[in-house]
Design a protein. Structure first.
Length: 256
């Protein structure tokens, strides 16, 4: 298990730190059968009605932008992760539970691609004021760990939106529907937020190790430096685990 050291030197590093804290949390297989004070996360998960764009729609985007094959552009030397995983995270402030984050990771038996989905749901109490039923998904190359397609389906209060990002690593650009169709230049093998989480988990992490990744988020590329800190024990509902801290931070514009 990986725990994240929350070092919020600026609003961007804080954003990424909090997101990573949610991702590297409790494996649901280890907490099944536990009694919760709040309603079951399984009931809330069923209320996420978006399940992603169809394969036909995604294929049509490849045709629209005359995309070359994005398969097998590199091989990433990494630690193997299970082909199928499910993680559930309690999200809240102090003793107040606000909801859950639910992440699934599955490997397609036909294409060999990896799909990561993340659902964010508020519980009934918070939903009475602000209901959130978000769905995020990323499809990534299983050998190179770089993304093909990323999508967001947002249901937050009365706000509704559907966003997608199509990655062209051959010509180092992405296409997005943020405001109509837009093309943005990127470094090759830039990640979205979900594929970046997977590539971090796939590495051999040791105290003192430093590495860099690029993340495309909302029309911009964010270069991020990660520093592995000390190993320590972390206690969660699933039990006590020996963890290594990973501290993210923005680089450029005066940041370290």
């Amino acid at each position: 298990m990986v725990c994240i050291n929350l070092s919020c030197s600026n609003k961007y590093s804080c954003f990424f730190s909090v997101l990573y804290l949610l991702i590297f949390s409790v494996n649901v297989s280890a907490i099944q059968g536990k009694e919760y004070k709040y309603e079951k996360w399984t009931d809330l998960e069923k209320e996420v009605i978006d399940t992603g764009f169809s394969r036909e729609f995604i294929d049509s985007l490849y045709d629209t932008f005359s995309m070359d094959s994005q398969k097998s552009l590199r091989t990433f030397d990494c630690e193997l992760i299970s082909n199928n995983e499910k993680f559930v995270y309690e999200v809240g402030w102090g003793p107040l539970n606000a909801g859950f984050g639910i992440m699934d990771l599955n490997k397609d038996t036909e294409s060999g691609d990896i799909q990561i989905t993340f659902k964010g749901v508020t519980n009934k109490f918070v939903s009475a004021f602000y209901k959130l039923r978000d769905y995020f998904s990323a499809t990534i190359d299983s050998s190179g760990l770089y993304p093909f397609f990323y999508e967001e389906h947002l249901r937050e209060g009365k706000y509704r939106d559907k966003r997608w990002v199509l990655f062209d690593h051959v010509y180092k650009r992405v296409y997005t529907n943020k405001k109509g169709y837009e093309k943005v230049d990127i470094p090759r093998f830039t990640n979205d937020i979900l594929s970046m989480i997977y590539i971090i988990r796939s590495q051999k992490l040791t105290p003192g190790k430093v590495f860099h990744l690029n993340c495309f988020l909302h029309k911009k590329v964010y270069p991020i430096k990660f520093k592995c800190t000390k190993i320590k024990k972390v206690k969660v509902k699933a039990g006590e685990f020996l963890c290594i801290g990973v501290e993210p931070g923005m680089v450029g514009n005066g940041r370290n």
